[in-house]
Design a protein around this ligand. Structure first.
Ligand SMILES: Cc1cc2nc3c(=O)[nH]c(=O)nc-3n(C[C@H](O)[C@H](O)[C@H](O)COP(=O)(O)OP(=O)(O)OC[C@H]3O[C@@H](n4cnc5c(N)ncnc54)[C@H](O)[C@@H]3O)c2cc1C
Length: 393
């Protein structure tokens, strides 16, 4: 097995595959190391993306990636008031992430990336102070992989950044802990996603029903780390499912964290880049990180290949990635974080009142932006921020 490459990508999720793909397209020799035995498994995700976003990142959408098309959204206030939201013709998808992640990795493979599963990266190799590769365990064998550059795409539990000396810790209040079941044999409208709010449902977060088919959905919730010690997300989820889907058949049960915070201050160092959840690039308001991770991966892979061609992998040479990420999505995430901080302070009573007010707006004018305007009336500055984030929605 070849163990020397220009670039090592750690983690075979959407961010890692896109980084590896772009770097290989740019002429670099690349290996992607994934600790699990299979790319895309287990799925710890509700799998929701916007059609527009997916098209923008990939340039095309393969029908096989889509398990359900979404055309409507409904928000449920703590007292049960339902608010239908206009989507202005915008469509969403609930993906088959197993197939989607597989496809992204195989596209990277087609571009020349070597891929190794069951390869757990446990350390960084340094030589004369410089990053020179990683140490991995593969099928009970310890292997040293050498490279000029390492891209950490190792997800929310990323250790690579910390090992390389970057500050990657998150305050508990900024880490949503999630639990999710895929439920079958349930009554739902398959084209509508439903979001539930309330301190009894998911304090500091929300619960979701993301349809995967006519009678199947990803049903989950995220609770802010500030509250998750009081009652575990899984307990909130059982309570939610018992109430809304009694008798449902549980096909999967997963748990995971989502960093709902600004991008890390430092996502590059000499010989190292972080992408995706490892760099905290999730949208803090929605918890969506698939497309953001892919966007970041694409930029990082391109910049990485350029650095290899120039023979300079210094932090300075890698910094265009940071700049471009902030211009493309990072700034939006910062605005979303500020809005989320205010929204999180709303009491159940506030949310009920907002829902009733919004229901007074005709459905055709009831966009996400309108809802924010109503919710943030006391915070005019944030209405402007929301307009920048959700402009056009
Ligand atoms: C319950 C839940 C619901 C979600 N719902 C949505 C949603 O509807 N829409 C959305 O856009 N986002 C959602 N997200 C967030 C989304 O799943 C992530 O943002 C996205 O998967 C990030 O991609 P990534 O490539 O950065 O990381 P990941 O997809 O987590 O991939 C990281 C990979 O690195 C591997 N790895 C980790 N450590 C090592 C190591 N030491 N050595 C080798 N490999 C390693 C892991 O096995 C994994 O395959 C959700 C998250 C959760 C937890």
């Amino acid at each position: 097995m070849n163990t020397a490459y220009d670039i090592i990508v750690v983690g075979g999720g959407p961010a890692g595959s896109m980084a590896a793909l772009e770097a290989a397209k740019g002429g670099a020799s690349v290996i992607m190391l994934e600790k699990d035995r299979e790319i895309g498994v287990p799925v710890r995700c509700a799998e929701g993306v916007s059609q527009a976003g997916l098209k923008l990142v990939m340039g095309f959408v393969k029908p096989g990636w889509i398990s359900q098309k979404i055309t409507k959204a409904q928000l449920i206030a703590p007292d049960g008031t339902a608010v239908d939201v206009g989507t202005a013709g915008q469509v969403g998808y609930i993906l088959h992430r197993k197939l989607f992640d597989y496809d992204l990795a195989s596209m990277a493979g087609e571009a020349g990336v070597n891929i190794l599963t069951r390869a757990y990266v446990y350390d960084i190799i340094r030589e004369s102070g410089n990053i020179a590769g990683v140490r991995a365990e593969h099928l009970d064998r310890k292997i040293e992989f050498r490279s000029r550059l390492v891209i950490g795409a190792d997800g929310v539990e990323s250790r690579l950044g910390r090992r390389a000396g970057l500050k990657t810790r998150t305050k508990p209040k900024d880490m949503d802990t999630c639990a999710q079941m895929t439920l079958a044999d349930i009554d739902i409208d398959p084209e509508t996603i439903v979001i539930y709010f309330g301190n009894q449902v998911a304090p500091g977060g929300y619960a979701w029903v993301f349809p995967k088919g006519p009678r199947m959905a990803n049903v989950g919730l995220g609770v802010s780390g500030k509250y998750s010690a009081e009652m575990k997300p899984i307990a909130y989820l059982h309570q939610f499912v018992d109430k809304h889907f009694p008798g449902a058949k549980i096909l999967t049960l997963v748990a995971g964290g989502v960093p709902c915070v600004d991008t890390l201050k430092h996502i590059v160092a000499d010989g190292l880049m972080l992408v995706g959840d490892a760099a905290h690039q999730v949208n803090p308001m929605t918890g969506g990180g698939i497309l953001n991770g892919m966007i970041a991966g694409k930029i990082a892979g391109r910049v990485a290949a350029d650095a290899i061609r120039k023979g300079d992998v210094s932090e300075k040479q890698l910094s265009p990635y940071v700049k471009e990420w902030h211009k493309t999505e990072g700034k939006n995430n910062e605005r979303s974080y500020r809005i989320q901080q205010v929204v999180n302070k709303f009491s159940d009573k506030d949310l009920n009142k907002i829902a009733q007010t919004v229901n007074g707006i005709p459905l055709k004018n009831r966009s996400i932006m309108q809802i924010f305007k109503t919710a943030l009336l006391k915070h005019p500055k944030l209405i402007l921020e929301a307009a920048k984030v959700y402009g056009g929605v």
